[in-house]
Design a protein around this ligand. Structure first.
Ligand SMILES: NC(=O)c1ccc[n+]([C@@H]2O[C@H](COP(=O)([O-])OP(=O)(O)OC[C@H]3O[C@@H](n4cnc5c(N)ncnc54)[C@H](OP(=O)(O)O)[C@@H]3O)[C@@H](O)[C@H]2O)c1
Length: 342
């Protein structure tokens, strides 16, 4: 299908089938792409209030690893964040060609109740994929962690784990714009450590696979830091509690280091230091902060348009490559937010 402007396209025949990725087997430990299969299914006629969306960009996210254990049905379409265009608006009152966000992911086309599709503003110079990275749940998570949970003040120092990932890359860029002083990030390879300091705004990078995390953090932040943004849990959290300054704040975003390593879930062993150091540790779910979407866009869009912010994305091409992209994201083979472009 060819789009010339927001609402004009060359009419092709309406698709009769959708391609979908199904989970066909549950993982034991780390997942592989072989647990998924590509299927073609007929698209039923639209019911009242439904729209047909041609998906353009699909998101793979760490929480999906947990869905594979139980929540996701085998042999059925999967849930996930998606950005696409309405190609049949039915009787919904939406316009054909509108850009929408919805959660019927892992497929080429989706039939979505119009009430569950969020119409996206199209900003000049900003790719629609940004609604899955800096302007999507990933960016909103970073924004909430900094502004509502850790309550970053100008001049404060931060430590961030999974620093090169979707949330981590957004945290660094947002924090710099908000006046943070020193940014320290951890990641899993020398290449990604260079990416942290050369492309992102980090002042120091720790390669937790090759360095002793506690020693490296002590070296990078001899006087500690004020805020820890925890994407990993386990050992990272234990070491951060040890190194953070008194009255520090920890925003617990996720525990990707624990999802395939249950022994990590037994850490941290020093939780009581939260009392001794007068720390605050707070977890949150981004879905409880959806009301901040407009605030995020007001903050981030002008910066994206001016080039001061960059949507850090690894694009994988084609639905058939989505399972491998998911595995690559979980195993640290992406930089910034992993997105599938259809
Ligand atoms: N609370 C919420 O509402 C919310 C919303 C969105 C995301 N999250 C959480 O935020 C975190 C980051 O999500 P994201 O979407 O931005 O993913 P991401 O960081 O782009 O991708 C996951 C990264 O985790 C790191 N990782 C994997 N295994 C690890 C291990 N054993 N130890 C340490 N790091 C490991 C890898 O980076 P390295 O190569 O650097 O190790 C990998 O690239 C996740 O924990 C996710 O569940 C929470």
């Amino acid at each position: 299908m060819v789009w010339f402007s927001q609402f004009i396209r060359i009419e092709n025949a309406m698709p009769t089938h959708a391609q979908e990725i199904h989970l066909i087997q549950r993982p034991a430990g780390a997942p592989s792409a072989a647990l998924f299969a590509l299927k073609e299914t007929p698209l039923p006629k639209l019911q009242s209030g439904q729209i047909l969306v041609e998906n353009l960009y699909l998101s793979v996210d760490p929480y999906m690893r947990e869905c594979m254990d139980e929540e996701w049905e085998l042999g059925a379409p999967l849930e996930g964040r998606s950005v696409g265009r309405v190609i049949d608006a039915g009787d919904s009152g939406l316009d054909v060609g509108q850009l929408v966000f919805h959660r019927e992911g892992w497929r080429s086309h989706a039939i979505v109740p119009a009430a569950e599709a969020r119409i996206l503003k199209e900003y000049s110079g900003v790719s629609a994929s940004a609604f899955l990275s800096l302007l999507g749940g990933t960016g909103l998570t970073a924004y909430v962690a900094l502004t509502r949970i850790a309550k970053l003040q100008a001049g404060e120092d931060l430590f961030v784990s999974a620093a090169a990932g979707g949330v981590g890359s957004a945290v660094a860029q947002f924090a710099r714009l908000m006046g943070a002083r020193r940014l320290i990030g951890s990641t899993s390879s020398a290449d990604k450590a260079r990416y942290l300091t050369e492309t992102l705004a980090y002042d120091a990078a720790i390669n937790y696979r090759e360095q002793d995390l506690a020693q490296a953090l002590a070296g990078a932040a001899p006087d500690g830091f004020d805020i820890y943004i925890d994407n990993v849990g386990g050992k990272h959290l234990e070491v951060a509690i040890r190194s953070i300054r008194e009255h520090g704040r920890i925003a617990w975003v996720g525990a990707v280091g624990q999802y395939n390593n249950p022994e990590q879930a037994e850490l941290p062993r020093n939780l009581y230091d939260i009392v001794g150091k007068s720390l605050r540790l707070e977890g949150f779910l981004v879905r409880n902060y959806r009301q901040l979407q407009d605030e995020l866009e007001s903050f981030a869009v002008p910066q994206l348009q001016s080039g001061r912010l960059q949507a850090q994305e690894t694009l994988a091409h084609g639905l058939e490559n989505m399972p491998q992209a998911f595995v690559d994201m979980l195993t640290g083979r992406s930089q910034g937010k992993m997105i599938i472009k259809l």
